[in-house]
Structure formats: C-alpha cells, structure tokens
Write a protein that binds this ligand. Structure first.
Ligand code: GLN
Length: 236
C-alpha cells in the first residue's frame, strides 16, 4: 500500500479464508460506486500469511466456514493490524464469520467460546438451528439506509453489548437473534448478510463511502437498485 496515495484505500482481509457466497462482490461494488463519483481507489488484498496494513480507509471481511473462521481470528489477533486500523478510525464492514470474529467472543464448531479481535461490542455463540435463507431487515433510521436484503447461512447467534447498536430490525429471517440483524459501533459495522450485501444494497455501500469521504453525489438508480427491489418483492 502506498502511503502517499490520496486514493480511497479498500483493504480486503483474507480472501483465501473469508469469502463465501460472492462476498468479494462487496469489494467490487465499493470501488465502482466510489469511482462513479470521481473518487480514486486502491484495492489491497491481504492474504492470511500477510501483515494487515494499518493505513487503510475501509476494511472488508467476508463469511467463512467454521475452521477457516478460527484460523482467520487467530491470525488477525496475532497480527494486530486490523485492531490498530480501527483505533485510527478506519471503517470496517464485516460479514457473517467476519462479523463474529471482529466481536469480543464467538463460538467454535463445538460451541466453545473463543476470543475475537474485539473491535465491536458483540458476543456470538452457537444457535440450536442453522439460519439459512433470504433475510430482510430495516436499518436504524439514524444511518439513512432503509430496508436491506440478503442471504444468510450461519449457526451463530449474536448478542449486542452496550457500546454497539443493532444495525437493523429483522423483518424476515433470523439475523442476530430473530429480532435484530447486524451491529455497528462508530464506523465498525457487522452483518449476517451475504448476497453479496453491498451489490444488493447500494445504500449500504454508500453509507461506508460517506463515512470516509463525507457527502457524496447521488447516483441514478441502476441494476443494483433493481436487484434490491426484485429481491424484496420476491421475499415479502
Ligand atoms: N461459521 C459461522 C456460522 O455458522 C459463519 C458462517 C458464515 O460465514 N456463513 O455461524
């Protein structure tokens, strides 16, 4: 990563361990929606054997199966770069396994609690059932995102601590606990939504961009908005 660049630095954490159900689409749509506003971007792919740079603007983590998730959490904790970046004020967008491991604790495949990176005040354990299917949720009005749609597939359930807030209220599907979906704390945001989440919810991508660059021009509705509306109509 160049330290002199004025480009928006999008850091994709561990594509070799955390990227199920097309989560890399989040990287692509973030770059696309930035560049449509004339914002230059730099994409940094950080493999699990690499150090995590601390000078990024937006860090993205995807979902993962139980064992790769444990490996990813161990490496991120040992590396320390993601935590330092969050302390510097970087934005983080983490999906499913990524969401669980940026929390305080998460459950392994035998329901034992394991330590997370500790940048989001949530604790995840194992549920009795697997949450699988389409999910729809209404985002906290303070974030100006509206209704979001995605696909979930997880055994974990997540409790939100006092320093974080629920991202949204679940309309269809399970999310954290059948009542709320995802969490945020400052510019750290976690969600169970795959799909991938940002192509299916352009307003969520724009929230991350606004957090980093301030006000951004609206874009004319395109295939992302059409996909969003089509999925909502199909599910509700
Ligand atoms: N392994 C985690 C769970 O089942 C996360 C799954 C995922 O990322 N899709 O809860």
């Amino acid at each position: 990563m160049s330290d002199t660049s004025s480009a928006l630095r999008i850091v994709w954490i561990y594509p070799d361990l955390l990227s199920t159900y097309g989560d890399q689409g989040n990287v692509l749509i973030l770059r696309r929606r930035a560049e449509l506003r004339g914002i230059a971007t730099e994409i940094v792919r950080v493999h699990s054997s690499d150090p995590v740079p601390v000078e990024g603007d937006i860090y993205l983590l995807g979902g993962g199966e139980d064992r790769p998730q444990i490996l990813a959490a161990e490496r991120l904790r040992a590396d320390g770069g993601l935590k330092r970046a969050a302390e510097r004020g970087a934005a983080v967008f983490a999906v499913c396994a990524g969401y669980q491991i940026i929390g305080e604790t998460y459950g392994d495949d035998a329901a034992n609690p394991l330590p997370g990176v500790g940048i989001l005040d949530v604790r995840s354990g194992r549920g009795e059932t697997r949450a699988v299917g389409e999910i729809v949720a209404d985002v906290d009005p303070a974030l100006g995102v509206g209704r979001i749609t995605g696909f979930e597939n997880h055994q974990g359930r997540t409790a939100i601590g006092p320093s974080a807030k629920p991202l949204s209220t679940t309309v269809r599907g399970i999310g954290n606990d059948d009542a709320t979906e995802g969490a945020y704390q400052g510019q750290i945001l976690g969600t169970y939504l795959h799909g991938p989440a940002l192509p299916r919810n352009p307003a969520l991508a724009d929230l991350l961009l606004r957090w980093r660059v301030g006000e951004i021009a609206p874009l004319p509705p395109s295939w992302g908005e059409r996909l969003h509306d089509e999925r909502l109509a199909a599910v509700l």
